[in-house]
Design a binder for this molecule. Structure first.
Ligand SMILES: [Mg+2]
Length: 255
């Protein structure tokens, strides 16, 4: 019994069940910052985007061409924010996020800047559709302009207004442009089929749209956050860390 008790204490000391999310984000943020594989995946995505762009440019279009891109974890790297929070035992929350954005200290993701400069040089307009809020416009524009991202202006930076869904914002661009590529780290950056859907529905929609990935949709990896995480918890922001732990542990397939 003594042995069993010691074993249980040992397990309890290494697994704090209320910190799975925080420790998980610490580790995935470490991956984002230090795994060369992450950098390679970003290059891979933007290389594929360029291949597709060159193919599409060979076809005539009556409308001006546009690429729609997300910003966070698609062209800008916010991993220092995630690290800052995780190291303090905290997750994302709006006030500290706005403080981070106001600093304009984001780095760019590998391959992003050169791709957008190339596309713009070919006459393609770049539209930035982000769920950053209106009060984050100044810091966001500073981020984009300090690196020289093309079309970094009021018309092309489309922030979140009343709804988080990006569909109506995509449609407004589609009214006057031929949208040739969409780039993002979150499936809702591509289609409203993913808006506020469950994990099972998201997976089914990915299968339904499988042919679009690598063709018109270019996905950037983000292991730290996204709707994939919200979907696990049914988009319930009132879940406690312990409840989140429980849901995650029950969802995992083991053997
Ligand atoms: Mg994003």
């Amino acid at each position: 019994m003594a042995c069993a008790s010691q074993h249980q204490q040992s397990v309890a000391s290494t697994v704090n069940e209320s910190e799975l999310i925080i420790n998980g984000k610490l580790f995935t943020t470490f991956y984002q910052q230090h795994a060369a594989e992450y950098k390679a995946l970003c290059f891979q995505a933007y290389t594929l985007a360029k291949v597709r762009l060159d193919q599409i440019l060979e076809q005539p279009s009556t409308l001006p061409l546009a690429i729609i891109t997300d910003i966070d974890e698609t062209i800008l790297d916010n991993s220092p924010y995630a690290a800052h929070r995780s190291l303090r035992g905290k997750d994302y929350e709006p006030v500290s996020w706005r403080e981070w954005v106001a600093k304009s200290q984001c780095d760019t993701l590998a391959g992003a800047l050169s791709f957008f400069k190339y596309a713009h040089g070919k006459g393609v307009e770049i539209f930035y559709i982000t769920n950053r809020n209106e009060d984050e416009r100044e810091g966001t524009l500073r981020d984009l302009t300090q690196y020289g991202f093309p079309n970094a202006d009021k018309e092309h930076l489309i922030l979140r207004q009343s709804v988080s869904s990006k569909e109506s914002r995509r449609q407004s661009i589609a009214a006057s442009h031929h949208i040739i590529l969409l780039i993002g780290d979150n499936l809702a950056d591509f289609s409203d089929l993913f808006d506020k859907k469950s994990s099972v529905e998201r997976s089914q929609a990915v299968t339904q749209l499988a042919a679009e990935f690598g063709k018109r949709f270019i996905v950037i990896p983000n292991p730290v956050y996204g709707d994939w995480e919200g979907a696990i918890f049914n988009y319930n922001h009132k879940f406690t860390p312990a409840q989140k732990d429980s849901v995650i542990r029950k969802s995992l397939k083991g053997y």
